[in-house]
Structure formats: structure tokens, C-alpha cells
Design a protein around this ligand. Structure first.
Ligand code: PLP
Length: 466
């Protein structure tokens, strides 16, 4: 690839170095036995790359904010719900955005303190709200009913939790409907343009001096930066209106969400965090003049390009004249790509049995997964060096929302995940992030302990109720 320039791409650029680290890691994984005939699929995470992205995020906002502005970058844990990943980011100065009891527990297990944690799910129960307020975790209320629950808890006593309301600026969606959070009918937040809604939000703040944050998350894969900035601008304007009517700086922090899209087409990082920070500064200069603290919630853009799932080619066959590589990576690790290939195409890299990059000539072929349905394909009609039995196929840019998001079709096991980094003296060191799921665990999680539960249940002969 030679088209990139500057920081993010081009020969010798960040993207090229990332690709070189990945190639070295695949070879080392084969050499060190993490991949082989007995271990036919593995997820790999590039620790150096993750650290670089965290540093790039911090630097991007430092470059545009007034000195001393409090900025909390909270990693959206749903993008990579793995404790060691959350811990690594915590060490890099990134907090956690969580959206379920499980994600909150993961963040706590990673050592992220409550004051660096934000809870934003659309369906928080009273118990979850109570836990968050007791811990001092920031909470963004999604809707009026949830705010009533927060009212009740606040009436019982004080909390260290910064509290806000999530709004939906309804600026419109992007190219992927299922991921568009700011459409007119999105399920998230208070829909600002609905009749009476904006006034309701303002009154909610005027009535509750403890509401000090305002939250919107309008971006996602498929949404242009300009539209994301529009959502932030609307949220900023609302905060200004609230503060003006309150006659004081009641809203002191804006949570602008995450949603920076990722380039799945090459190793070039585009857009960068710096690109987005610049677009935001142009669109909403007041956001950065030091009057507001900031919270961000990036997920995919911190992790996606630092992960690859690598799978062995079990069989290489041909059907209807087309070569088909049957691998061990399919719908269980690349669910979105398999079910919505148009929206989520993935690059595939071909490696030989020793883990070395395969050289051409390219052959148009399908790369299939192991699941028993015809659509279980990672790539269709893709030009690649021909994959043969015993080779490896790597699905790239799968560090977020892919192999850490297992889908248990065909009871396929969750693969192990390993982090890798260069060793000081040369070579690659690996660390286990998550063990592979065993067949015994699959049986246990499938109700193995309750094998006789249904046959023992009274009900044979239809005598229910007697
Ligand atoms: C999913 C989500 C994020 C992260 O989105 P990315 O596209 O992964 O950056 C941030 N905030 C909220 C509220 C979310 O639901």
C-alpha cells in the first residue's frame, strides 16, 4: 500500500508498522504453538497499537482544549469486554463507559475507579441505579421514567455520582441503520425535537440542581464526522440554554459519546482522533474554551484495528468452479460480517502453514466459516493468494465487536485471545487475555447440570393443573 501519507499511513507510517507487527505476531503464534492443528482459531490483540491509539486520543483532545480542562476519556467497554483490555486502557489514562451490570463488574475487576466510570444503559433497573449511585459512578438518565427513579434515590441521601440526562438531537442517521443512534425514532435518550421535549429537559435541570451533565452519543460506524459534530453542537447549545435560564453554570460537563468510524478498507487510520477533534473545534468552539469539562466514550476506534482473528484452513475445496477455503472463523466470531456482509466487509490476510504471508497470484475465492449454514462466509469472491489446507486466514480489524463478542452458533467454542508485544531483545511475547472455552464448559453452559430437568418435570400425559 503506498497511497497513505503522514501520521496514519504510507510506507513506514503507523499503519505499515501495525501491519508488520501483525505479520510477525501470526508467525510467532504458529512457531510458539498458539496456532496449529490442535488450536485452529485464536484472537490476537496488538498491545503496542492499543497504547498508541490511547495516546493519540489523549493528544487529540489536549491539542484543542484550554489548559486545565477536565477531560475523561471513558472506553466503551462493550467494544471489547475483556478485563485485561480495560486494565491496559486504564493504565493509559482511559476510564470506562459501561452499559450493564456485567460491564460495570468488568470495569471494576480491571481496577477502573468509580470516578472514572460512566453508566449509560437504556434499561437500568432500580438496583443498578442504586449500585451506581452508591459507588459514585456517573449516570446519564435515558428518559423521564428513569429520572424519576434517580429522584427517589436522591431523596434518600446524597451521592458522589455526577448525574446527567441523555438526549437525542435527532440529526439523522448514517449508512448503517442498526447503528444510527440519532434518528427521529431512535430508542436512546430524550428525543429533543419531539414536541415539548426540549422544554421538559430544561425544566428537569432547573428543578434539579444536582443534574450537572448533559450526554449525547450520535456517532457510529457509517456516520460522517460533520453529522457527529452537528449532534455535539446541538447538545452544546442546549447546555448553554439550560445554564442561561438557570442563571449559573449548572451543566458543567458535556459527555459527547463515542462513535468515531473505523477504516476497514486498509491499514490507514482514517479518520483520526485528531481529525475529529479539529472538526469539533471548528463546529463548536465554545466546547473547548475551558467552561465545560468533557467526557468521551470511544469504543471501536480505540480497539478495532488492533485485533485480528486467525483461523486455520481445514479444507480447501472447489464448488461451481470457485475455490472455497473452509476455515474455523465464521459467524461465531464475525457475526455482523456474516449476517450483514454489505455493511461490514472485512479484509482477509492469507498466511501459509508457517504463518508467513502468502504471495500471489491472487485467485478469486470464498473464505468460509465452520458453521452449518450456507451463509457462513467471511468473504465472498475475494481475490487473495489461493488458500490451501493448513494455511491460515486472518480477519483483520476485528479488535472491537468481533471475536470478543462470541455467538454460540453450532456450540462453537469461544477462541482464546492473546495480547502480543515485541520483546526487548527481538521476537514476540504473548500474554493470555482469555482462555479458549472448553467442551466441558460448553456442556455446562448448555444446562449440563440440569440434564434431567425436563424429563423429571411433571407434565407427561397432560395432567397440568391437577
Ligand atoms: C456503543 C456506545 C459507545 C461507543 O461507540 P463506538 O462506536 O464503539 O465508539 C459510546 N457511548 C454509548 C452510549 C454507546 O452506546
Amino acid at each position: 500500500m503506498s497511497g497513505g501519507t503522514g501520521m496514519s499511513g504510507g510506507p513506514g507510517g503507523i499503519g505499515a508498522r501495525r501491519a508488520a507487527r501483525r505479520d510477525e505476531a501470526v508467525r510467532a503464534a504458529v512457531e510458539q504453538g498458539l496456532l496449529g492443528p490442535g488450536t485452529s482459531i485464536v484472537g490476537l490483540l496488538d498491545v503496542t497499537g492499543i497504547r498508541e491509539s490511547a495516546a493519540a486520543l489523549r493528544a487529540a483532545f489536549e491539542a484543542v482544549t484550554a489548559p486545565g480542562t477536565p477531560v475523561l476519556h471513558a472506553f466503551a467497554v462493550k467494544a471489547s469486554p475483556l478485563v485485561p483490555v480495560v486494565r491496559l486502557l486504564h493504565e493509559e489514562g482511559i476510564g470506562a463507559e459501561v452499559a450493564s451490570p456485567g460491564e460495570l463488574a468488568l470495569a471494576r475487576a480491571a481496577g477502573v475507579p468509580p470516578e472514572r466510570t460512566v453508566l449509560d444503559s437504556p434499561a437500568k433497573t432500580p438496583d443498578e441505579l442504586r449500585e451506581a449511585l452508591t459507588l459514585g459512578v456517573a449516570v446519564n438518565a435515558d428518559n423521564p421514567q428513569e429520572l424519576e427513579r434517580v429522584d427517589a434515590l436522591m431523596a434518600e441521601g446524597t451521592s458522589a455520582s455526577p448525574l446527567g440526562i441523555r438526549v437525542n438531537p435527532q440529526i439523522g442517521g448514517g449508512s448503517i441503520e442498526a447503528l444510527s443512534t440519532a434518528t427521529a425514532t431512535s430508542k436512546f435518550g430524550v428525543a429533543l425535537r419531539d414536541e415539548g421535549a426540549r422544554e421538559w429537559v430544561v425544566r428537569a435541570y432547573l428543578d434539579r440542581p444536582w443534574l450537572t451533565r448533559l450526554h449525547a452519543h450520535t456517532g457510529s460506524q457509517g456516520i460522517p464526522l460533520s453529522l457527529m459534530a452537528e449532534g455535539v453542537a446541538e447538545t452544546y447549545a442546549l447546555a448553554e440554554e439550560i445554564n442561561e435560564r438557570a442563571g449559573r453554570r449548572q451543566v458543567d460537563t458535556l459527555d459527547i459519546g463515542g462513535g468515531l468510524p473505523v477504516n476497514f478498507a486498509s491499514d490507514e487510520t482514517t479518520p483520526t482522533f485528531a481529525d475529529y477533534a479539529r472538526v469539533l473545534r471548528e463546529a463548536v468552539p465554545g466546547l473547548f474554551d475551558g467552561r465545560y469539562g468533557l467526557v468521551t466514550e470511544f469504543g471501536r476506534s480505540l480497539l478495532a484495528e488492533h485485533g485480528a482473528v486467525v483461523a486455520r484452513v481445514e479444507y480447501a475445496k472447489s464448488a461451481g468452479g470457485r475455490p472455497v477455503a473452509v476455515t474455523h472463523a465464521g459467524v461465531q466470531v464475525a457475526t455482523r460480517t456474516v449476517y450483514a456482509p454489505g455493511a461490514w466487509p472485512l479484509r482477509i490476510a492469507a498466511y501459509d502453514g508457517k504463518g508467513l504471508p502468502k504471495q500471489g497470484p491472487d485467485v478469486v475465492q470464498d473464505v468460509a466459516g465452520p458453521a452449518c449454514f450456507a451463509g457462513d462466509l467471511l468473504a465472498v469472491g475475494r481475490a487473495l493468494p489461493r488458500l490451501e489446507q493448513g494455511d491460515y486466514a486472518a480477519a483483520l480489524d476485528t479488535g472491537a465487536y468481533y471475536f470478543a463478542h462470541h455467538y454460540a452458533y453450532n456450540s462453537l467454542a469461544r477462541p482464546a485471545v492473546h495480547g502480543f508485544a515485541g520483546r526487548a531483545g527481538g521476537g514476540v511475547a504473548f500474554a493470555t487475555v482469555r482462555e479458549a472455552q472448553t467442551v466441558d464448559e460448553i456442556v455446562a453452559e448448555a444446562g449440563g447440570e440440569h440434564a434431567a430437568a425436563l424429563t423429571d418435570l411433571a407434565g407427561r400425559g397432560g395432567s397440568a393443573g391437577s
